[in-house]
Design a protein around this ligand. Structure first.
Ligand SMILES: [Zn+2]
Ligand SMILES: [Zn+2]
Length: 563
């Protein structure tokens, strides 16, 4: 029986281009996971969308003299383009700007309100006397009361990750005009998180399979006691509050964005022609259906506490997250990534100059799973040249070219496989099984390292067998070892497919297989190997060597104003 895997991916703010930190943190891992499960024959629904609301976008719109919707539409288009070029295979990438999303959000809001999990209260809100407006979230900045970092915002401190209320900020000022705010009364809705403390603690207790950073953060947070959170704001951009008298307020972007996981599943079902199809990914026993949420570590709170609490209060039948494999951060050239200082590698920029697979490779083998990792251009060149080109690409190219030229363009007929061939074959099967188990637990980095070990082993085997020399005296002996190597290459392209989909597709075709590799593997799970006699296609090199000179060129672009 195939499993159903729901994959929710963090919703990127449509207020700027994606950078490599986003990709390593939240977008590449779910794509690897989705491809892995699809290949196994499981049903996957992977959704996300651009987060069109929230104060980052309205601030940017005000600064550029545009409408928030124009900014959001521009970046939404750019995201779609990036997913396509990088091969991030969403089943649906929508946005929070749809009528469907507003409808689902308002339904959850009203249901929680009717059940007493949302209540009204009057709160003191920062108000800028000069701009004559309330200052929610990013409109106000100050010093963090916990870690004393400057530039902490009204909703959160990025330096220590603590959520904040504007009143807590030391030295607060208006982001637009720098004036110190006054505080004025305003009526808002609150999510009664405190009601869920016990239920959440019970739920988290058996989550031993969560990453330690995610589990520890969540436990610490829950044990510290949950405070109710305001879920509306004094702004005009966002999902309207569905209650009379609140026409000038909007639902808080965070309350609303996490609902996107459910609304996107419903939108996907509608467009598939079966409106109820989303249920199969949201309801049922954990052995049949699991939901995973891929995010960066700064979003853990909203996915292990706020969203589960909302779901518990809304509808008992909906599945809570099975796992939330949050990644740590990616630093760039040894420094903390900073979009405001242009200390970042922008994805559209990367994709305009380089192929997708070398980036997917580096960010996989260097994934910030259990601690921060660093991206540097010199490592990019080194890993591309020494590992992708020299170890894997060269293995594929030298074997397939030699066979293509010396065996009439067909997979050679083998007679016997000797001891070292059997050893290699067993090793390949063992690594295949190990990678399967690692991927099922979201251990991506270890999985790709195992795959590269297999490529190294195969190179060693070929060096020992030297079919290129042996063929002159013993054509059959060369055919035997080349057949063994081809089988390992065929397994390798399957193992590496979730990580390197573009090059695995090429190897699939060079080996003479038809159609798409994912489709083929799904339909022929027990026949990963090309049969003797199968006609090959003329191979081309899988990867290109990169020039060392690009390191200086690329690093000199960074840190300069503009991107
Ligand atoms: Zn702080
Ligand atoms: Zn102001």
């Amino acid at each position: 029986m195939s499993e159903r895997i729901f994959i929710g991916v963090a919703w990127p703010y449509a207020d700027g281009p994606l950078h490599l930190g986003h990709i390593a943190g939240a977008y590449l891992p779910p794509d690897i996971f989705a491809r892995y499960h699809r290949t196994k024959g499981n049903e996957v629904l992977m959704v996300s969308g651009s987060d069109q609301h929230g104060t980052p976008i309205t601030i940017k719109a005000e600064q550029e003299g545009k409408k928030p919707s124009e900014i959001a539409a521009q970046y939404h288009q750019q995201f779609l383009d990036s997913w396509q070029k990088l091969g991030i295979s969403f089943d649906l990438f929508t946005s929070t700007g749809t009528a469907n999303h507003a409808e689902v959000t308002q339904d959850i809001f009203l249901t929680l309100f009717d059940r007493g999990y949302i209540y009204k209260a009057t709160v003191s809100q920062p108000f800028c006397p000069r701009c004559q407006r309330f200052l929610p979230d990013r409109y106000i900045e100050g010093t963090c009361p916990y870690c004393h970092a400057t530039g902490a915002r009204g909703d959160q401190c990025d330096a220590c990750g603590k959520p904040l209320n504007p009143v807590e900020l030391i030295d607060p000022h208006c982001r637009l005009c720098d004036t110190a705010p006054q505080f004025k009364d305003s009526e808002h809705f609150f999510l009664k998180l405190s009601d869920f403390q016990g239920k959440l603690l019970d739920w988290v207790k058996d989550k031993k399979h969560w990453r330690p950073n995610v589990l520890n953060f969540t436990m610490r947070y829950l044990e510290g006691g949950l405070r109710d959170r305001a879920i509306t704001r004094d702004i005009e951009w966002g999902v309207p509050v569905p209650i009379d008298g609140f026409e000038n307020k909007r639902i808080y972007v965070w309350f609303e964005a996490v609902i996107g996981y459910l609304s996107a599943a419903k939108e996907w079902a509608k467009s598939s022609g079966d409106e109820e199809k989303w249920c199969s990914f949201w309801q049922g026993d954990v052995n049949d259906v699991k939901s995973y949420y891929f995010i960066g570590k700064d979003n853990i709170l909203f996915h292990t506490i706020v969203w589960p609490a909302m779901l518990m209060g809304y509808n008992d039948d909906l599945n809570l997250p099975y796992d939330v494999p949050a990644n740590e951060f990616l630093t760039i050239e040894g420094r903390k990534l900073s979009t405001s200082h242009n200390w970042a590698v922008w994805l559209p920029d990367y994709l305009s100059r380089y192929d997708p697979d070398p980036l997917r490779y580096l960010l996989s083998i260097n994934m910030p799973e259990t601690g921060d990792t660093d991206f540097s251009w010199s490592e990019f060149v080194r890993r591309n040249n020494n590992e992708l080109v020299a170890t894997y690409g060269n293995l594929v190219h030298r074997v397939l070219t030699f066979v293509y030229r010396n065996f009439d363009g067909c997979v050679p007929e083998y007679r016997t496989i000797d001891d070292s061939g059997v050893v290699l074959d067993n090793k390949a099967k063992a690594i295949e099984a190990l990678v399967d188990s690692l991927l099922s637990q979201c251990h991506f980095k270890q999985a790709i390292m195992q795959a590269m070990l297999l490529a190294q082993e195969t190179n060693r085997y070929l060096d020992e067998k030297s079919p290129w020399k042996v063929i002159k005296e013993d054509r059959q002996a060369a055919a035997n070892s080349l057949f063994t190597a081809i089988c390992t290459i065929s397994r390798l392209k399957n193992i590496l497919y979730p990580f390197l989909p573009f090059s695995s597709q090429k190897v699939h075709e060079y080996l003479g297989f038809e159609g798409h590799i994912e489709e083929y593997t799904r339909k022929n799970p027990l026949q990963p190997l090309p049969p003797p006699g199968q006609r090959l296609r003329e191979p081309r090199p899988l990867f290109s060597k990169l020039d060392e000179g690009l390191v200086e060129e690329e690093t000199s672009r960074m840190g300069l104003p503009g991107s």
